[in-house]
Design a binder for this molecule. Structure first.
Ligand code: R7I
Ligand code: MG
Ligand code: MG
Ligand code: MG
Length: 306
């Protein structure tokens, strides 16, 4: 079934709000002080970070090309890069290199020889799931193409693929939370191959099935709360699945309690939450350029193939 317009809006708004509202809760005192300075717009609205910016970049390329065109994607990332949005250090350096004329194929391994295993590829897959929701095989291929422009490491690719599948399932299964959760776990168990993902998947699924509901610090310690794909993607999926029937505020509070990479955990969990629940529970929150995010969601909805 084609996901509703409300689900498209919910997915992108959940992502942007999880990012913008999570960012001020992140890091030590120095980061928090810096974010107090750059984290709100002149109108006093919460400002999003690289997570949302790169998501909108992926959407821009899909709307223009109909599929991932890697050179265009690299150029779009580089054009919209700004230091104040808190990009990961490897990605920041890579995008500055591309701006100076380097090819993404060589620049992406300058910082990390095998390519980055950061969660920067997973955090931006939502538009791909919205665009290719009807065709999981194409979704996975396009996810790889979009990821490898900046993240060549197999763990980063697997994290992006896992997020894409979780989002696709949340968009297309209209069942209740428990049924949707079971479908997501089954799909990830069948798809993931790296031990870094499989061990965390097994633990998260056990907690979820037994309704163990461990507190955020325990979840952070055992599933991870870092900026690596394998220490954040399963965590975010688990948190989203535990909060499908809860208020968005409860999800945000749980994510803040994880500490660590709060903006990205919030962005990934928020995207899944919104893909399932729609935008209705997200209207009260202030956000930078909210109307623009909604307009992009609507364009993805109106022009997605099938
Ligand atoms: O993946 P990336 O774009 O980062 C996204 C994160 C999100 O939390 C954003 O909100 C933003 O804050 O940053 O950026 P990268 O710098 O490529 O990867 C993120 C981190 O993963 C790096 O800073 C490293 O700590 C780690 N990392 C690696 N460490 C060692 N060896 C990634 N790849 C490697 C590696 O190969
Ligand atoms: Mg960020
Ligand atoms: Mg960060
Ligand atoms: Mg982050």
């Amino acid at each position: 079934m084609k996901p509703s317009r409300e689900q498209y809006r919910g997915c992108l708004l959940g992502l942007a709000l999880g990012d913008a509202l999570g960012a001020p809760r992140e890091g030590g005192w120095l980061e928090r002080r810096l974010w107090r300075w750059v984290g709100t717009t002149r109108q006093g609205l919460p400002r999003w970070t690289d997570d949302t910016q790169m998501t909108l970049d992926v959407a821009e390329v899909l709307l223009r090309e109909g599929e991932i065109h890697q050179d265009r994607l690299a150029a779009t990332f580089a054009r919209h890069y700004h230091w104040s949005r808190g990009y990961g250090p490897g990605t920041a350096r890579l995008l500055r290199r591309i701006r100076r004329g380097a090819a993404w194929q060589t620049a992406r391994t300058a910082q990390f020889p095998q390519g980055s295993y950061g969660n920067g590829a997973a955090m931006r897959v939502a538009p791909l799931a919205l665009w290719f929701h009807a065709d999981p095989a194409t979704l996975l291929l396009q996810t790889q193409l979009a990821a490898e422009v900046t993240h060549a490491h197999p763990l980063a690719l697997e994290g992006a693929e896992a997020m894409a599948l979780a989002l696709q399932t949340a968009l297309t299964h209209s069942e209740d939370g428990p049924t949707l959760g079971a479908a997501v776990w089954a799909q990830l168990q069948a798809y993931c191959t790296a031990p870094e993902f499989l061990s965390r998947l097994a633990l998260a699924q056990t907690w979820w099935q037994g309704q163990a509901n461990p507190p955020p610090p325990w979840v952070a310690q055992h599933l991870g709360h870092g900026t690596a794909a394998h220490t954040s993607v399963i965590t975010a999926i688990y948190v989203a699945l535990c909060h499908l029937e809860a208020d968005f505020l409860d999800l945000l509070a749980f994510v803040a309690g994880l500490k660590g990479d709060v903006d990205t955990l919030g962005a990934m969990a928020g995207a899944i939450w919104g893909a399932h629940r729609g935008a209705a529970g997200l209207t009260e929150w202030p956000l930078e350029r909210r109307a623009e995010v909604v307009a992009i969601a609507d364009q993805l909805h109106d022009h997605a193939p099938v």
